[in-house]
Design a protein. Structure first.
Length: 54
């Protein structure tokens, strides 16, 4: 089971459309890549190639 990470200030912002967009800070706290092509992915995942950039 995955660990529940509490959301704190600076972990996300709201887009103009009203969606939550998680920041690099949150992704680093989570500690792994979800392979969803997140806008601020610090792990370098590329959704088009389905690979992590090195």
């Amino acid at each position: 089971m995955k660990k529940l990470i509490p959301v704190e200030e600076g972990d996300y912002y709201l887009t103009p459309e009203g969606y939550r967009c998680f920041t690099e800070q949150y992704h680093l706290k989570r500690g792994y890549c979800c392979e969803s092509g997140c806008r601020h992915c610090p792990f370098g995942y590329d959704k088009k190639t389905n690979a992590v950039k090195k």
